[in-house]
Write a protein that binds this ligand. Structure first.
Ligand code: KG4
Ligand code: ZN
Length: 356
């Protein structure tokens, strides 16, 4: 049996969780900073680091208390040490090192993207979410990444494709900002899309080569911009384009139509790459593994279920509380690293880039 405390501070959530045997989340505490960044329309790195500093210890204490766990019983302290905002990561890494050192426990650094793909393994009840049948086709859809992997195990990921411009969650956030829906935008666009007509606008799918497994969302984003604000007048050299209107001035119904049509195209973009991967390797994968904040999206979840059934794949997608950034996924994956002997020491560094 292992008991691991996980810490996550890569962006704007300060999170801590205690996980038993890499599967059972005994606690999953997340202090979101959304209120802090809302007025700036995005995450302000310096504000995020300071807020992590204030919140880390209370959040860790809450996670230990909720799990009814004692520090002496921990087998390791795990921390997401890459990728993310460097100042934000450093707070978590320094905190985890101090805890591990003072308790005399091993420290384990975890890649945030690998951890997102581990999230489907987590559950709140002792029965667990069940083992994964490998190999799996892995899809990470988050605010920072949109990537496809061939996964031989939770620790063996080979990248098949990634975004060449925006991540899908970033596109959601930008569309929300354009329509004046606030930050973070994904859940708000998802909710408003429920009431809109998804055929109101014909937004383009990304024009990458026919067999590419990479993603692109910038063309879609520009098409949504023009639909919401009108085709701009051609500016004179050195001038910013002049739009007909502000996206926030559209009626609720018009915004809902833009959201629904955008969501149809964004999800289609993702599904198209999954279809290509399955066409290229029709007999390779047993499981479709999905993680990252956008895996909370209602339309994506529905289309993934249909897709998995069509290709005979077992769909493993996180329970809602493990979709967005959380520390249970960090503690969970650290269990796999611990039993594989992949333990770090106090030289563990934070890094803004992923190893994946
Ligand atoms: O994984 P995550 O919490 O942070 C990163 O690692 O980036 O993902 C956050 C992203 C944000 O862009 C947010 O708008 C998006 O996930 N998101 C959603 C939904 N819920 C969160 N996007 C679409 N639909 C949702 N329901
Ligand atoms: Zn994330």
């Amino acid at each position: 049996m292992t008991l691991i405390l996980g810490i996550e501070t890569s962006c704007d959530e300060t999170a801590a969780a205690v996980v038993r045997d890499g599967r059972l989340a005994l606690s999953n505490v997340i202090a979101s900073q959304h209120d802090l960044h809302e007025e700036y329309g995005g995450v302000v790195p310096e504000l995020a680091s300071r807020a992590h500093l204030e919140r880390l210890l209370p959040v860790v204490r809450a996670a230990m208390r909720e799990a009814d766990a004692r520090y002496a019983d921990l087998d390791a302290v795990a921390v997401g040490n890459r990728p993310g905002l460097i100042g934000a990561l450093l707070v978590g890494v320094a905190g985890a090192k101090a805890l591990a050192w003072s308790l005399g426990k091993p420290i384990i650094g975890v890649d945030h993207l690998e951890a997102h793909l581990y999230a489907p393994m987590l559950s709140r009840d002792a029965g667990g979410a069940g083992d994964i049948v490998w190999p799996a086709l892995g899809l990470v859809v988050s605010g920072g990444h949109t990537s496809l992997y061939r996964c031989a195990s939770a620790l063996e990921l080979a990248k098949l494709g990634g975004t060449i411009d925006d991540a899908v969650g970033e596109a959601y956030d930008k569309v929300a900002a354009l329509l004046g829906l606030g930050h973070p935008g994904g859940p708000r666009v998802d909710a408003l899309a429920q009431t809109g007509d998804d055929r109101a606008h014909q937004f383009p799918l990304s024009r990458l080569e026919k067999d590419s497994l990479d993603f692109s969302f910038s063309g879609l984003k520009t098409a949504v911009l023009y639909a919401a604000r009108g085709q701009p007048e051609r500016p004179s050299p050195g001038e910013a384009p002049r739009f007909l209107r502000d996206g926030a001035d559209l009626s609720e119904g018009e915004k809902a139509d833009v959201c629904a049509s955008f969501q149809r195209a964004a999800v289609r973009n993702v599904m198209l790459r999954l279809e290509r991967a399955m066409e290229r390797w029709p007999r390779e994968f047993r499981t479709l593994l999905v993680g990252g904040g956008v895996s909370a999206n209602s339309r994506l979840r529905a289309e993934l279920a249909t897709f998995a059934a069509r290709y005979g794949l077992a769909l493993r997608i996180p329970a809602m509380e493990f979709c967005l950034d959380n520390a249970a996924m960090i503690a969970g994956l650290a269990h796999e690293r611990l039993i594989a002997g992949l333990v770090d020491d106090l030289t563990l560094a934070a890094s803004p880039t992923t190893s994946r």
